[in-house]
Write a protein that binds this ligand. Structure first.
Ligand code: DGL
Length: 255
């Protein structure tokens, strides 16, 4: 079984991408709703939560853990790899493909303050953002929209436009979705920036997950998708249904 976790429902965008390449694998998704959002939390707190969530997934039988969260990857990937008895796949904003795609030379990364303020992001930018103007924007209100299941409508459109429209007006032509909560808002982002290239690393993370699963013998199962939350399942289930597209059973995880 492959375990995936995020602060909340954003990581479902990674679950979707993993399902597309590994349709028969059993997946277990944990939303750490009780501690969402991770973005503004100190890195040490996010690290502790990442270790707790990944540990829970391993207890449930995960043979591979995917950190379906840029913020948790930034805060905890090394510790997770050093601590867990299973391989760990992380994710980070797609600066490299964005630099390859831009024509205007202006790229913007939409992410959390935790991701953008971390040493991992600084290293990534230094390595790949050469010869381009890189802007970074923390978008906490977009995380809130997804946690509320508000993926459409005038309020959601206004929130997205407030972040994205000024970037487009400044000549940004490539937007990096550096937070797993943002792919569900992609239609709204594309409506504000119809000519922009939008980079989502979900499919690349899924391809890497498939490679690691193959290399480490985590094979197909019965295509089960088990979902858990550290919050109240009764509160989270309707939102999960909206973000995933159909209702899914949701259990409580005590971790
Ligand atoms: N979805 C997460 C990420 O990729 C974190 C969002 C949050 O909890 O602030 O960064």
């Amino acid at each position: 079984m492959i375990g995936l976790f995020d602060s909340g429902l954003g990581g479902l965008s990674v679950v979707r991408a993993v399902r597309a390449v590994l349709p028969r694998h059993d997946l277990c998704y944990l939303a750490d709703t009780a501690f969402c959002p991770y973005g503004p939390l100190p890195a040490a707190t996010v690290r502790a939560r990442a270790l707790a969530c990944a540990g829970w997934l391993v207890e449930q039988g995960a043979g591979l853990v995917v950190v379906a969260c840029n913020t948790a990857t930034s805060a905890a990937l090394e510790q997770l790899r050093a601590t867990l008895p299973v391989p760990v796949v992380g994710m980070e904003p797609g600066i490299k493909p964005a630099v390859a795609a831009t024509r205007s030379g202006r790229v913007a990364v939409l992410a959390t303050s935790g991701t953008l303020g971390g040493a991992r992001f600084a290293r990534l930018a230094e390595r790949f953002a050469t010869g381009v103007e890189l802007q970074t924007v923390a978008c906490p209100a977009m995380v809130e929209l997804v946690e509320a299941g508000e993926l459409a409508g005038p309020r959601a459109e206004a929130v997205v436009a407030a972040y994205v429209a000024p970037l487009i007006a400044e000549g940004v032509d490539t937007l990096v979705l550096g937070c797993t909560h943002f792919p569900p808002l992609r239609p709204l982002i594309a409506a504000v920036a119809p000519a922009a290239t939008i980079i989502d690393t979900g499919p690349a993370v899924a391809a890497q997950t498939a490679r690691v699963a193959r290399a480490t013998g985590v094979g197909p199962g019965a295509a089960r998708l088990r979902c858990a939350t550290t919050g109240d399942p009764a509160m989270v289930a309707p939102t999960l249904a909206r973000v995933w597209g159909t209702a899914l059973p949701l259990e409580h995880a005590a971790c």
